[in-house]
Design a protein around this ligand. Structure first.
Ligand code: NIG
Ligand code: FE
Length: 429
C-alpha cells in the first residue's frame, strides 16, 4: 500500500538529510526546517521545505490534490521513521526465570555455558510452528510501530539446525508481507554452540556453510549474515571464515563484536568491511579507529548494557574519533527484553553522553546505513520512501528527555497513517 499525503506546519521538520552514514561531527547536523512540510506521492517523498513554499509550489504545478490526505502538524516535530537495526524478534518462549537468576547474581554467560540462555530459547523455538511465530511476531511489530519504528532488522539464530533457522527466516518474510513495517532479515545460525558441537565449533561452521547457507542464499531468505564473535562462542578466525563465505554467497556481513570481552571483533569488522559491528562494549581503541576508517557503522545497544548491568559502549569516544554510530534496541528474550526506543535514547544520552542531535541521527540515517538502506530510508529527502513519525511535542529534543516514554503520536509508512496514539493505537492496514 502506498499513499499520497501532505504533512504541513511542523514546528520542526527534522530531515536528517543525507544518503550515507554521518560520521563524527556530521552526526549533529539534522537539517531542520522550521514550519516545515513534506509531500509524499505514491509512497515516496516528492517535496520537502517550508510549508508556505511547498504549498505554493504544489499550487503552481497544477497538480490534482484531491488524492492527497493532509495532516496539520502544528506544534509538533516531524522526523524520519526510526530504524531498529538490531533485533532478535522471532523466537519461541520467554526467559523470565533467567532474568530472576541474573538478579540473584548469575551471569549471562554462566547461564549460557550451563545450557540455558540462548540455548533454552533454541528448544522453545524448535517447538514453535511458523504460524505461532507469525502471530507473536505481528504483535511485537505492532509494539515497535507504536515507538515510531518503520523498519526493523531481525535475526535467526534460535534454531541452530537447518529447518528451524530457515523457518525463522520464513517467518520474517511472512511478517514483511503481512505488516506495514519493513523487516530486514539476517541469518545468524552462528549464535551459540550446541553441546554436541562444544570443542568442535569449526565443524559447526562447516555445517552452516555446507547445509544451511546455500539454501538461505539461493532462496534469498536473508540480506545479512551475523555471528556471535565472543570468547567461548565463536572465535575471530571462525567469524572471518563464516562471514567471508557468506559475502561470497551474496549476503552482507555484520557481527556481534566485543560484547562480553575484548576479542578483536571490531578489528575483524574493519578488516572484512562489515556493514556494521554491534555491541562493542569492550572494543579496543585500535579496533574502533580501524572501524571509523573503514566506514563500519558502530551499532550501540545501551538497553542491553543496562539489562546486563555491564558498562556502556564508549559512544562519545567513537563519535569524537570520527566514527558513525547507530542505536538499536537488541530486542530479544534474554539479554534485553525491550523494544523501547525511548529507553535506548535516554540511556544513550545519560550514560554514553550522546547529544539529542546525535541520538536522532543514530536512530534514523545511521541506523538505515547499518542495514545498508541509507539510500532509500532514514531521512526526509525527496526520492526516499515516505516513512515518518510525528511527535506529540514540538521538538526532537523530547525523544531522550521524555525518559522511557514514547513521544510518538503518529507513524506514517509509505505515505499511509499506520499508527495514531489519538485513536488508541490501532493499526490502519
Ligand atoms: O545481542 N549476544 C548474543 N545475542 C543476543 C542475545 C540473545 C539472547 O540472549 O537470546 C545479544 O545480546
Ligand atoms: Fe543481538
Amino acid at each position: 500500500m502506498k499513499g499520497n499525503l501532505i504533512i504541513k506546519n511542523a514546528s520542526e521538520l527534522v530531515t536528517c538529510s543525507g544518503f550515507t552514514a554521518k560520521k563524527g561531527k556530521e552526526m549533529s547536523e539534522l537539517g531542520i526546517i522550521a514550519e516545515g512540510a513534506v509531500v509524499i506521492e505514491q509512497g515516496r517523498i516528492s517535496r520537502v521545505g517550508p510549508t508556505t513554499k511547498v504549498l505554493a509550489e504544489l499550487k503552481s504545478s497544477g497538480k490534482d490534490l484531491s488524492p492527497f490526505a493532509t495532516i496539520d502538524a502544528s506544534g509538533k516535530a516531524v522526523l524520519p521513521g526510526f530504524v531498529d537495526s538490531h533485533t532478535h524478534l522471532v523466537f519461541g518462549g520467554y526467559r523470565a526465570e533467567e532474568f530472576a537468576w541474573r538478579l540473584k547474581g548469575d551471569s549471562y554467560m554462566d547461564i549460557l555455558q550451563r545450557g540455558g540462555g540462548i540455548l533454552s530459547t533454541v528448544l522453545a523455538t524448535r517447538a514453535a510452528s511458523r504460524e505461532e511465530m507469525v502471530a507473536t511476531g505481528l504483535r511485537r511489530l505492532d509494539s515497535m510501530l507504536s515507538f515510531g519504528v518503520t523498519t526493523v532488522e531481525g535475526k535467526s539464530g534460535y534454531g541452530l539446525d537447518r529447518a528451524t533457522e530457515v523457518r525463522q527466516l520464513e517467518v520474517m518474510a511472512d511478517l514483511n508481507r503481512l505488516h506495514p513495517l519493513d523487516v530486514v532479515p539476517t541469518f545468524m545460525g552462528a549464535h551459540a554452540v550446541l553441546s554436541e558441537y562444544k570443542g568442535r565449533e569449526d565443524d559447526y561452521i562447516d555445517f552452516l556453510l555446507k547445509e544451511v547457507l546455500p539454501e538461505v542464499a539461493s532462496r534469498r531468505l536473508a540480506e545479512f549474515c551475523d555471528i556471535f564473535c565472543e570468547k567461548n562462542v565463536f572465535s575471530v578466525e571462525q567469524s572471518r571464515r563464516l562471514l567471508t563465505n557468506a559475502v561470497e554467497s551474496g549476503l552482507k556481513s555484520k557481527l556481534h563484536a566485543d560484547e562480553i570481552v575484548q576479542l578483536g571483533g571490531a578489528e575483524l569488522a574493519a578488516e572484512i568491511g562489515a556493514v556494521s559491528a554491534d555491541h562493542l562494549l569492550h572494543a579496543s581503541d585500535e579496533g574502533l579507529r580501524a572501524m571509523a576508517e573503514a566506514g563500519v557503522v558502530a551499532t550501540l545497544l545501551p538497553a542491553t548494557a543496562f539489562s546486563l548491568r555491564e558498562p556502556y559502549a564508549r559512544g562519545r569516544q567513537m563519535i569524537d574519533g570520527g566514527g558513525a554510530v547507530a542505536l538499536a534496541t537488541d530486542f530479544n528474550p534474554g539479554s534485553c527484553f525491550s523494544e523501547s526506543v525511548p529507553l535506548v535514547a535516554a540511556l544513550a544520552a545519560l550514560y554514553m553522553n550522546l547529544s539529542p542531535e546525535e541520538i536522532v541521527t543514530a536512530l534514523t540515517l545511521n541506523a538505515a546505513a547499518a542495514v545498508d538502506r541509507s539510500d532509500t530510508i532514514g531521512s526526509l529527502d525527496p526520492g526516499k520512501q515516505g516513512d515518518a513519525v510525528i511527535l506529540e511535542h514540538p521538538s526532537y529534543r523530547f525523544i531522550p528527555y521524555h525518559i522511557g516514554v514514547s513521544s510518538v503520536e503518529k507513524v506514517i509508512k509509505k505515505g499511509i497513517l499506520v499508527f495514531d496514539k489519538l485513536s488508541q493505537g490501532e493499526r490502519r492496514c
